[in-house]
Write a protein that binds this ligand. Structure first.
Ligand code: URA
Length: 233
């Protein structure tokens, strides 16, 4: 790929801006040699203002989503895109969340620019289970695990029952719930159907991939290939 197109696709600017930046000598190889529009060394040997380029497509990142950020690019308030480098919003193809989280849900959010991978992960057939840590307003009554695992629970205004979900009680008002699917406000609506109210919700894993302790709230990083494989393990 031509250098101008490569950098423009990574969001470093429009083609015109990138062309200007290349002509100004801001793009070099790892030995400091200024690159022209027709020099394209391997991408891991290109520096922009002395810094390695962002990873090219296909890219998968994990974000530790904080409370108060929406998973939409169009929300007038704070969006998850504000937690990423500004130029990520200009990437082509763009990064999309793999299964959205509500504004007040925290935890593991994967994002990718690979549409096929995105659908593979969110499709119930792929069996990438999602685990959430739930904090409740009122004590659990004891019947919730049976209701959620029944495979017959019908949420308000839906016609298809939920797939069985596993509930693991951690305390009076605290549990882990494992889902096979990702319907709108699913966990909150499941507990609402039992007369309870979710006060805190955090996604802690997707498939075999856990939210690492080392990833602070609001931080992100690209997935290692073995972490990507773990999603399907
Ligand atoms: N279930 C919900 O209710 N909200 C989320 O953000 C994720 C799952």
């Amino acid at each position: 790929m031509k250098l101008v197109k490569l950098l423009a696709n990574l969001g470093y600017g429009s083609r015109k801006e990138v062309q200007r930046l290349i002509r100004a000598g801001t793009v070099t190889d790892i030995n400091g040699k200024v690159l022209g529009e027709n020099n394209v060394p391997p991408i891991n040997q290109i520096l922009f203002r002395g810094e390695a380029l962002d990873p090219p497509s296909p890219l998968v990142i994990m974000l530790h989503k904080p409370d108060g950020f929406t998973c939409s690019s169009e929300d007038p308030g704070s969006t998850i895109y504000e937690l990423l480098p500004e130029r990520f919003a200009l990437r082509n193809p763009g990064l999309n969340p793999i299964g959205r989280l509500d504004k007040d849900t925290t935890g593991l959010l994967l994002m990718t620019d690979d549409g096929i991978l995105l659908h593979k992960i969110i499709h119930p057939k792929s069996k990438c289970l999602k685990v959430y840590h739930v904090t409740l307003d009122r004590p659990l009554e004891g019947h919730e695990a049976d209701v959620f695992s029944s495979g017959t629970l019908l949420l308000a205004s839906e016609t298809r029952p939920l797939l069985p979900a596993k509930l693991e009680v951690l305390g009076e008002k605290e549990a882990l719930i494992t889902l096979h699917e990702g319907r709108y406000h699913q966990v909150r609506r499941m507990f609402a159907s039992t007369g309870n109210h979710v006060t805190g919700l955090k996604r802690i894993s997707i498939g075999g991939l856990q939210l690492p302790d080392s990833l602070e709230e609001g931080s992100w990083r690209a997935l290692e290939p073995e972490e990507l494989a773990r999603i399907f393990a």
